[in-house]
Design a protein. Structure first.
Length: 357
């Protein structure tokens, strides 16, 4: 995501260090994309993404790697977690919200107020709208209702997902290192801690679910952070991860211009194999890994703009032709998943902390 007001100006250069070996498996890397620049800011730095030579891994990572003490400079004023876009509650949105409530009650067991049988039945209409259904599923992270369940989102940003889950009945908390994002989340009445999970006094084995939604790719030490997650989870607790897929259709088509590469904020970009290896190697039992086309329309439009101009301003209106092509791309990607399950641009992974591990 980007600053809707346009490219920012970085305050000072981001220092970096060489990173010639895969941070996940240690194998050497080969340059895959060279000369990458920050698409949302006017900076002098150019970045290279290496690819792991191990066919069972194929992780992409930045080499050189930005220093952890400098990476905050890449999150410019106006970063998307700093603000929310208020949409007018039109008759269409009211109707969709009603259908959404019926769908969540029927599929996941949520009771968002009074949800009569007729509403639950009509909520099944979302099965006819795959893109909208995927957005609704993602809004509650595909989690079934759990009475009194405690949930922690690490890197919660402005708290959009936490608010959805709180309203659905979860007892939620969040963490983030960005004070502006934390202030935004707290303005929604959410309990959000400022700081890194390893530095906060969070209850060990105190949570039923931990969420990492488009966070893992931003972390310098993802294995250590997953160890923190395992420490905070109850036995039998669930971990849910969303992250971009470096083998997704958008990356295959646009290459170095693909939006999901996000240099220098995305320090590494996973695929289903490398993500499974990382999570399983951190002591979790992986129960599901799949890719999906959710967000493909936006990814296509933004990648096309990067390919044309080298920069991106997501808040700007798009041409009708681009919007139609974006919708077409997302529909084609969804169809492709039937024969190429790894072609989606977003990876969903679910795992559990089990007694035997």
């Amino acid at each position: 995501m980007r600053n809707p007001a346009g490219p920012a100006v970085a305050a000072k250069p981001i220092r970096s260090r060489p990173a010639p070996n895969c941070p996940l498996c240690g194998a050497p890397g080969v340059p895959f994309h060279r000369g990458l620049r920050d698409r949302s800011a006017d900076t002098a730095e150019r970045w290279t993404l290496d690819r792991c030579v191990d066919p069972g891994c194929r992780l992409l990572w930045l080499d050189p790697m930005p220093l952890e003490e400098d990476i905050a400079q890449a999150y410019h004023d106006g970063y998307y977690t700093h603000h929310d876009e208020a949409a007018a509650l039109t008759w269409y949105r009211r109707g969709f919200r009603w259908l959404k409530q019926g769908y969540l009650a029927g599929r996941y067991g949520y009771r968002l107020g009074s949800t009569p049988r007729r509403q639950r039945l009509l909520g099944r209409a979302l099965w006819l709208l795959p893109r909208h259904r995927a957005d609704v599923d993602a809004s509650i992270m595909n989690l079934p209702a759990r009475s009194g369940g405690r949930l922690l989102e690490i890197g919660c940003g402005g708290g959009v997902i936490l608010r959805n889950l709180r309203d659905a009945g979860w007892d939620v908390e969040g963490t983030d290192v960005d004070p502006v994002a934390v202030a935004n989340a707290r303005s929604k009445g959410l309990s959000v801690h400022l700081g890194r999970p390893q530095d906060l006094h969070l209850e060990e084995a105190g949570f039923d679910v931990l969420l990492l939604s488009h966070v893992l790719e931003h972390l310098h030490e993802p294995r250590a952070r997953l160890a923190d997650c395992r420490r905070l989870l109850k036995q039998g607790g669930s971990l849910v991860v969303l992250t971009p897929n470096n083998e997704g259709l958008c990356h295959r088509l646009f290459g170095a211009s693909c939006f999901t590469l996000e240099p220098p904020r995305h320090l590494q970009v996973f695929n289903p194999r490398s993500l499974r290896r990382l999570v399983a190697g951190s002591g979790f039992t992986v129960t599901a890994v799949r890719t999906r086309s959710r967000g493909g329309r936006d990814y296509w439009e933004w990648s096309r703009e990067i390919a044309r101009t080298g920069t991106l301003e997501p808040g700007q209106p798009r041409r009708l032709a681009d919007r139609l092509l974006g919708r077409t791309f997302e529909a084609l990607e969804a169809a492709l998943l039937l024969v190429m399950p790894g072609a989606g641009d977003e990876i969903y992974l679910a795992a559990e902390k089990r007694d035997s591990e």
